[in-house]
Design a protein around this ligand. Structure first.
Ligand code: AMP
Length: 162
């Protein structure tokens, strides 16, 4: 099943200098969210491709409540269902440490701080949103990579059975 990372798609768009890439570069480097309209375009196009027919994993979308509502509309049109939402729980100090070690362009200390602020304000409310819908699963992300991977894989295979 394809793993679709909106951040990865946007970084590629920036690298290739596409029309979208030219529009979103500054926003991404500042650690802000790209506008919802652009994200709707990106996700709608990607999900309409053939390889998503038997399921897909979205990574980094939705990032706010409006995007969550848009996603419901997109899925309704595709006659697809959201089986589950995974939230990876990691202490903030560890997130900063990992991001600094990764050293992506948007992983400078002040941009990391900004991204965490945006997360708390705009993305964190989605946890309750999906918990209320009964599809939220929390995974402890503060463990060895192999351990997190195996827990995620077992969660995913359980979901596939529903
Ligand atoms: P990520 O790799 O998911 O952390 O995404 C990197 C950057 O891409 C984010 O800091 C945002 O600027 C942008 N981005 C990725 N996904 C979204 C989204 N769903 N909504 C708005 N901006 C996004």
């Amino acid at each position: 099943m394809p793993a679709i990372s909106t951040g990865e798609m946007l970084r590629q768009a920036v690298d290739t200098g596409s029309e979208i890439g030219r529009r979103v570069g500054t926003t991404m480097r500042a650690g802000e969210l790209v506008d919802d309209e652009t994200m709707t375009d990106v996700v709608t196009h990607r999900l309409s491709e053939d390889d998503t027919k038997d399921g897909f994993l979205l990574d980094g979308y939705p990032r706010n409540l409006d995007q969550a509502e848009t996603l419901e509309k997109i899925l309704r049109e595709l006659q697809a269902d959201l089986n589950a939402v995974l939230v990876l729980e990691v202490p903030e100090g560890e997130l900063v440490r990992r991001a600094l070690a990764r050293a992506r362009e948007d992983d400078k200390a002040d941009v990391i701080r900004e991204r965490l602020g945006v997360y708390r304000k705009k993305t964190e409310p989605l946890i309750d949103y999906y918990r209320q819908r009964g599809i939220l699963r929390a995974v402890d992300g503060f463990q060895a990579v192999e351990k997190v991977t195996s827990v995620l894989l077992s969660e995913l295979s359980e979901m596939g059975q529903r």
